[in-house]
Design a protein around this ligand. Structure first.
Ligand SMILES: Nc1ncnc2c1ncn2[C@@H]1O[C@H](COP(=O)(O)OP(=O)(O)O)[C@@H](O)[C@H]1O
Ligand SMILES: [Mg+2]
Length: 309
């Protein structure tokens, strides 16, 4: 819990970029003599291999290369290079403040909305640079939907919440079309049977778990390719959490999912790949079984065995 303060203390001592770089290089973040060049001075290729494990996958949906994010002078992500595979779940884990939310926000350019935030490096979605001048950010956010920690339904009816996206994106031609999209999205989100008789009721009257599945339905209604979930179960009780986890497992047949989670059990249950972040760096990424069963970096091992975080 106190990790971020330590991170800030290190960085605050940094002063100039150069001294910060030296400080980071001297932090001895790399245990057991495994050398890992300070990524800011390394060429893109070697920076790309900064993380232990396999950063590339066959047929990636997203490819991030040398991705860094700054909030003002503070660097929150450092040369992250990683691919995100199609129709699988990538779990982003790591101590609080290590940059997990910052990372997922890059994927649909949500950091663009934060004053003072600056993103460098490249991210391609299906081979196309998402920062390209020709890239339409509204369209991007429909293709890459986001579900937040706290369910955030609009103060509208259940129906209107799910219909919102298709309406603003002009995805349906008739009321019957829209009805169909609302119904299908609620079914996919595992909520239909619970709400089909009260679609006109206020969404804010649903339980927390139902609200979160409604938010997932709202995301599904605009036919995304990727769903980003930032600690989607943190505000839910264990039964509602199990419901959402089951749903994630079903959704990965059709969608790519990136989930940030504080729960290592959850990461192990729902993901096929796991990425471990520490102080803004991607330390290790690989098959979830391997990362949890046979971590290659001591930092990863310390975290998953509960030594810190
Ligand atoms: N909007 C912001 N403005 C300034 N600093 C931020 C902002 N959001 C996050 N940070 C900082 O960036 C670092 C990474 O934060 P975050 O991505 O939220 O981490 P995590 O999700 O892993 O807890 C932290 O040190 C945090 O304080
Ligand atoms: Mg976060």
């Amino acid at each position: 819990m106190h990790e971020p303060r330590r991170a800030e203390a290190h960085e605050a001592g940094g002063g100039s970029d150069e001294s910060r770089r030296l400080l980071e290089a001297g932090l001895n973040l790399k245990p057991s003599g495994r050398v890992h060049a300070p990524s800011s001075t390394a060429p893109p290729e070697s920076a790309s291999s900064g993380a232990a494990g396999e950063i590339t996958v066959a047929d990636p949906v997203f490819s991030c290369r040398d991705l860094s994010v700054f909030y003002g002078d503070k660097r929150a992500l450092k040369n992250i290079s990683v691919d995100i595979g199609r129709r699988q779940v990538l779990a982003a884990i790591g101590p609080s403040g290590c940059g997990k939310s910052t990372f997922v926000r890059c994927l649909n350019r949500m950091n663009d909305t934060i004053p003072g935030a600056r993103v460098t490096g490249t991210i391609t979605l299906d081979g196309q640079d998402i920062h390209d001048a020709a890239s339409d950010v509204v369209r991007l956010r429909a293709r890459v939907g986001m579900v937040f920690q706290k369910p955030n339904p609009f103060p509208k009816s259940i129906y209107d919440n799910v219909a919102y996206g298709p309406r603003i994106h002009g995805l349906t031609r008739s009321r019957a079309d829209l009805d169909e999209v609302v119904c299908t999205s609620l079914q996919r989100a595992g909520l239909w049977s619970e709400v089909k008789d009260r679609l006109k009721a206020l969404a804010t009257g649903l339980s927390g778990g139902q609200q979160q599945r409604l938010c997932i339905a709202r995301t599904l209604a605009v036919q995304p390719e990727v769903i980003l979930m930032d600690e989607p179960c943190s505000a839910l009780d264990p039964i509602a959490t199990a419901h959402v986890e089951d749903l994630i497992d079903e959704l990965r047949e059709s969608y790519t999912i990136v989930i940030v989670t504080h729960s290592m059990q959850q990461a192990a249950r729902v993901s096929q790949r796991t990425a471990y972040f520490h102080l803004g760096e991607l330390i290790e990424v690989g098959a979830t079984e391997q990362v949890f069963g046979n971590p290659q970096r001591k930092l990863t091992e310390d975290y998953i065995t509960g030594r810190f975080g």
